[in-house]
Design a protein. Structure first.
Length: 410
């Protein structure tokens, strides 16, 4: 058996075992209260910091605490502190962070100031405009992040709301380097030389109540002396009809020529993982695709109610099947690419989905209702033009058999 296939199976078993362990805790909330005061202060455990997974660290085990002080009587302002730490099993490195938020009670716009100081990993080319959570297992596509940068970071910013629209602006200074090159992943514990890449970024984010989110980043990378300029837009909406729900997600982005690889767009997917994730390509390999400009579309049509309900009190298992169909599709372009959508940039061999890629999906959620989750199955199939250099002739290389997990109590 090829080593890659064996490693994928081992990784899939570990992910499944850890997620099964943590899902019962995630059903309650992201934060579990440890202490509450009569005045409104509280101390909580952050469940999303207990266990994390990515292809670089494999499992990361740790802990996170949030301390919220009681509101100040003079102006109802609220101050909170958050701290976390975690240790990566494969890279044998500690990561940590300390943050502070001040919500100004007298502000008519709900002004909040936040500061974060951390030593942690950042995924190269991340397209995420929000963090995933174990209370929403399908949001955890970051499990398959592979190319990381080890950064010591300081972030300072503000967020506020005007007529239902949330604004956010912050500045970030990060010192560190890449943990990868064209040959593979680099590990400090193995004595590898880390590629230095420091950066500073100013970010502005706008989130409309209609489901549209936009984000613009400008900055620079040192010592390379390159400019960072990055724009993204994302639209999410669920249309509820009499018997079905239609979920739509559209994401697009653009960067200028010469943008550092870490601030381009990674369109790699989650092939090799056992779970069906949302808003990503399910049959694309991790880091398979990169783009300077891209468009990603995901559609999903599902029944609002199960066909039927079944429950066995003795075994405490049941069934509530709900079929669904979906479609993922993506296109991308690299500035300076050859006719096949390929480019060598900063010593990396990159491939854009120039000819496009589409994935029809069919599945059934709730085949097994066990504990606090509905478990089901899904099948995704990769469709690409035969002329595309990333076309696979073998059906096995195009097929993804996946598990779906949806929490019953959210």
């Amino acid at each position: 058996m090829p080593f890659f296939a064996l490693r994928n199976r081992t990784m899939a078993r570990r992910m499944l075992a850890a997620l099964l362990t943590l899902l019962p805790m995630a059903a309650t909330a992201q934060y579990i209260p440890l202490w509450r005061s009569a005045a409104g202060g509280h101390l909580d455990v952050n469940l999303d910091r207990v266990w994390n997974y990515n292809l670089y660290e494999q499992s990361r085990w740790g802990a996170g605490l949030r301390w919220v002080l009681a509101p100040r009587k003079v102006d109802n302002s609220r101050i909170s502190f958050e701290v976390y730490a975690g240790y990566g099993i494969l890279d044998r490195q500690w990561k940590w962070g300390v943050g502070n938020e001040i919500a100004f009670g007298r502000s008519r716009y709900g002004l909040t100031q936040y500061i974060l100081i951390a030593r942690d990993y950042q995924a190269a080319g991340s397209r995420s405009l929000g963090a995933g959570s174990y209370s929403d297992p399908a949001s955890l596509a970051a499990f398959m992040s592979r190319r990381m940068s080890d950064m010591a970071t300081i972030v300072w910013g503000y967020r506020w709301r005007v007529r239902g629209t949330e604004h956010q602006i912050d500045g970030r200074v990060a010192v560190g380097g890449r943990l990868f090159d064209n040959q593979g992943l680099l590990y400090r514990c193995a004595g590898d030389t880390i590629i230095e890449e420091n950066h500073f970024v100013v970010r502005w984010k706008l989130q409309l109540p209609q489901g549209l989110t936009t984000q613009v980043e400008v900055g620079g990378v040192m010592p390379q002396g390159k400019i960072i300029s990055r724009g993204m837009a994302e639209y999410q909406r669920t249309e509820r009809f009499k018997s079905v729900d239609l979920q739509t997600h559209v994401q697009a982005g653009i960067t200028p020529p010469g943008t550092p690889y870490t601030h381009m767009f990674d369109l790699g997917g989650t092939w090799g993982a056992p779970f069906s994730f949302r808003n990503t390509l399910l049959t694309a390999r991790p880091n398979e695709f990169t783009a300077n400009t891209f468009l990603l579309l995901t559609l999903r049509l599902s029944l609002r109610r199960p066909f039927y309900h079944g429950w066995n009190r003795t075994l405490q298992i049941g069934t509530a099947p709900r079929p669904f169909v979906g479609l993922n599709a993506a296109w991308g372009h690299l500035w300076g690419q050859n006719p096949d959508g390929q480019l060598q940039h900063e010593g990396l061999d990159l491939q854009a989905p120039l000819w496009g890629i589409a994935e029809p999906i069919v599945g059934i959620e709730g085949l097994l209702r066990w504990g606090i989750a509905d478990w089901g199955v899904a099948v995704a199939y990769r469709c690409t033009p035969a002329v595309a250099p990333y076309h696979h002739a073998s059906a096995a290389d195009n097929l993804a058999l996946l598990i779906t997990a949806t929490l019953i109590f959210q």
